[in-house]
Design a protein around this ligand. Structure first.
Ligand SMILES: CC(C)(COP(=O)(O)OP(=O)(O)OC[C@H]1O[C@@H](n2cnc3c(N)ncnc32)[C@H](O)[C@@H]1OP(=O)(O)O)[C@@H](O)C(=O)NCCC(=O)NCCS
Length: 181
């Protein structure tokens, strides 16, 4: 399989902006309604350019096409794109006591279940560990829960994210502690 993973750069944003809705509309269709997916696009499901600036966001490429993306964060923000964050959320986490965040995984539907999400997860976990974090957490969609469960994350909370169109998006908070798990 001719796929390689590299760090994302700001030039990738137009391709990511096309990939995210394509991925969400197809791969989340069994888990969320049309209204929930459309409400989340552009707010919860969107590019967070801070991750790209931080050098903590990856893309998977095949034949120069971006076919997947995902990252991790050393900042407090749990989810969402550039439009949906506060300055307080962008402050740095303390790796000694806080959990790094896994963020914004989206795979092209044509490439689903071919290990792309897993390859990006491996890169994220390695990078977060190298940065000194022992714990990781994710606000996962119901579509993403399976991937993270395979990596040893446990559901610790279920809640709904209010969306700009008045809908609610059910998600799960998942957690992994390297020192224990
Ligand atoms: C979640 C997502 C990133 C997974 O990407 P992927 O490249 O298909 O994942 P992988 O091929 O690496 O899957 C690894 C494992 O995760 C589990 N898994 C992934 N998708 C699954 C699904 N739809 N149903 C059941 N298990 C699934 C399986 O255990 C799979 O291993 P297997 O194929 O050997 O059984 C992709 O489905 C996606 O982009 N979904 C839409 C966007 C989204 O909801 N992202 C999560 C945001 S938190």
């Amino acid at each position: 399989m001719d796929v390689y993973i590299r760090l994302a750069c700001l030039k990738d944003i137009p391709a990511l902006t096309r990939l995210i809705p394509k991925s969400a509309r197809k791969l989340q269709a069994n888990y969320y309604t049309f209204q929930q997916i459309e409400g989340a696009l552009g707010s919860v499901f969107a590019v967070d350019s801070q991750l790209i600036d931080d050098g903590t966001y990856f893309v998977a490429e095949s034949k120069s096409q971006i076919i997947g993306c995902g990252g991790w964060s050393k900042r407090k923000t749990l989810y969402g794109g550039d439009q949906s964050k506060s300055i307080a959320e962008e402050s740095f986490l303390d790796p000694k006591i806080e959990a790094a965040k896994i963020r914004a995984f989206f795979v092209d539907p044509a490439w689903a279940r071919r290990g792309i999400g897993s390859q990006i997860m491996q890169q994220c976990e390695t990078a977060a560990c190298d940065a000194g974090f022992q714990k990781l957490e994710i606000i996962a969609t119901l579509a993403g829960e399976f991937l993270y469960a395979k990596f040893g994350y446990h559901v610790i909370q279920q809640f709904d994210i209010p969306l700009p169109n008045g809908e609610m998006l059910p998600v799960v908070r998942m957690f992994k502690n390297y020192a224990v798990d």
